[in-house]
Design a protein around this ligand. Structure first.
Ligand SMILES: NC(=O)c1ccc[n+]([C@@H]2O[C@H](COP(=O)([O-])OP(=O)(O)OC[C@H]3O[C@@H](n4cnc5c(N)ncnc54)[C@H](OP(=O)(O)O)[C@@H]3O)[C@@H](O)[C@H]2O)c1
Length: 335
C-alpha cells in the first residue's frame, strides 16, 4: 500500500472512485470530512466526466477508464459506485489489482457473484466490504444498542418500508433490467437488512410484487417468518412516497426510527413516548462506513468484523429467495 502519513502520524489512504454518478458524489463529499482519507483519483468511462467530478470534489487525478485507475499503484481503496449489474465485475477487477474494495449495495446480483468476490478477496488477501452505510451511522447503532439491552424485551415484530415515487422510465437505473432495475435490490434491500440484522435469516418468505412493463418490481410486499411467531413486514416501491419508517415491536414497548425524521428515535414504553436525538454528524452519513474501512486496513483485515462477508452472503441469499418467490429474473445474471 502506498499510504502516506498525515501530521498526526495516522496512515492516510488514497481513495479511488469507480463510476462518477449520483451516489459517488454524495460519498465523495463525505470523504472530505475524514482526515485520513486522501481524495486521490476518479475513474469514469468518460475522461471529461472524470475530470469535472475530480475538480468538483478535489481529487488529484482523473482517469477516462476504470482499468486505467486500477493500474495506478497509488490507489489504496476503490469505492465502486456503478449500477448493481456491474458490481461483481468491477469488484473482481479491483481485487485482481490488489485494491481494497468498498462496493455499493447490493453487493452483487446473486449469491454466486458474491461468492466469487469473497473468494478473490481471500485469494489475493485484499479487503472487501459491502457499502451498507446505515449499519455504521450513530442513530442506527443506538437503536441496535437499545435492542441488545433487552430493556423492552425481545423484538417480536418489525415493520419497515422504503418507498418513493419514481416516474416510469424504461431507460433509468430504477427500471432498466440491464442495470438491475427494480425496488427490491435498490431500496427494498434496506428493510430486508434491518430484519436480518435484528432477527437473523428467516424460516419462511412470503412475497408479492407488482411489475412494470420492463419486468422490474415496481412495488413489493414481503413477510419474513421466524420461529416462535416472530415476523417482519417489509415494503419497497417506486409507486408512492412513505415516511420510510422502521418500527421494532417488543413485549414491553416499541422503537420507531424514520429515514425522514433523521436522527430521531421514538421509544414507547406503556403509554410514554420518549424522543431521543442522536447526532449523526456533518455530511450525508457515508463518512462512517469509509472511516470503518480505513480502521480495518490499519489492522490489516480483509473483512470487516461489523459487516462481515457472512452477513453479506446471508443478505444476498435472502434477496435471491425473495426474487424466486416473486419470479423476478435478471436474464444476464440468472442461470
Ligand atoms: N448507499 C446509498 O445510499 C446508495 C444510494 C444510491 C445508490 N446506491 C447504489 O450505488 C450504485 C449507483 O447508483 P447511482 O444512483 O449513483 O447511479 P448513477 O447515478 O446512475 O451512477 C452510476 C454510474 O455508474 C457508471 N456506469 C458504468 N456503466 C454504466 C452503464 N452501463 N450505465 C449507466 N452507468 C454506468 C456511470 O459512471 P461513469 O459514467 O462515470 O463511468 C454512472 O454515472 C447502485 O448500485 C445503487 O444501489 C447506493
Amino acid at each position: 500500500m502506498q499510504s502516506l502519513l498525515n501530521y498526526k502520524g495516522m496512515k492516510k489512504y488514497n481513495w479511488g472512485i469507480l463510476g462518477c454518478g449520483k451516489i459517488a458524489g454524495k460519498f465523495s463529499s463525505d470523504l472530505v470530512l475524514l482526515e485520513n482519507a486522501n481524495l486521490y483519483a476518479t475513474a469514469s468511462r468518460d475522461q471529461l466526466k472524470a475530470q469535472s467530478f475530480a475538480q468538483e470534489f478535489g481529487f488529484e487525478k482523473a482517469y477516462g477508464s476504470y482499468e486505467a485507475m486500477l493500474k495506478d499503484e497509488k490507489v489504496d481503496i476503490v469505492y465502486i459506485a456503478t449500477p448493481h449489474t456491474f458490481h461483481a465485475k468491477h469488484a473482481l477487477l479491483s481485487l485482481a489489482n490488489y485494491k481494497a474494495v468498498l462496493c455499493e449495495k447490493p453487493f452483487a446480483m446473486n449469491k454466486k457473484e458474491v461468492l466469487s468476490m469473497i473468494a478473490k478477496a481471500q485469494e489475493n488477501n485484499v479487503f472487501l466490504m459491502e457499502a451498507f452505510w446505515t449499519r455504521f451511522i450513530p442513530s442506527f447503532q443506538k437503536v441496535l444498542e437499545m435492542i441488545n439491552t433487552k430493556d423492552l424485551g425481545t423484538v417480536k415484530m418489525i415493520q419497515s418500508d422504503f418507498m418513493f415515487h419514481a416516474p416510469f422510465n424504461p431507460e433509468s437505473r430504477l427500471y432498466n433490467m440491464n442495470l438491475g432495475g427494480g425496488s427490491l435490490l435498490d431500496i427494498g434491500i434496506y428493510p430486508v437488512f434491518v430484519a436480518l440484522i435484528t432477527l437473523g435469516k428467516p424460516e419462511n418468505i412470503v412475497a408479492k410484487a407488482m411489475f412494470s412493463s420492463t419486468g422490474s418490481d415496481e412495488h413489493l410486499e414481503i413477510k419474513l417468518e421466524y420461529p416462535a411467531g416472530k415476523v417482519a413486514y417489509l415494503k419497497s416501491g417506486f409507486m408512492c412516497n412513505s415516511f420510510n419508517d422502521t418500527i421494532f415491536h417488543f413485549e414491553r414497548g416499541a422503537i420507531r426510527i424514520s429515514r425522514e425524521l433523521n436522527e430521531t428515535i421514538y421509544v414507547k414504553t406503556n403509554k410514554n413516548i420518549e424522543k431521543l436525538k442522536v447526532d449523526d454528524g456533518l455530511g450525508n452519513g457515508y463518512q462512517f462506513e469509509a472511516s470503518h474501512v480505513m480502521d480495518c486496513l490499519d489492522k490489516h483485515l480483509i473483512e470487516s468484523p461489523i459487516l462481515t462477508h457472512t452477513f453479506s452472503l446471508q443478505l444476498i441469499e435472502t434477496l435471491d429467495a425473495i426474487r424466486k418467490e416473486i419470479g423476478l429474473v435478471y436474464s444476464n445474471h440468472d442461470e
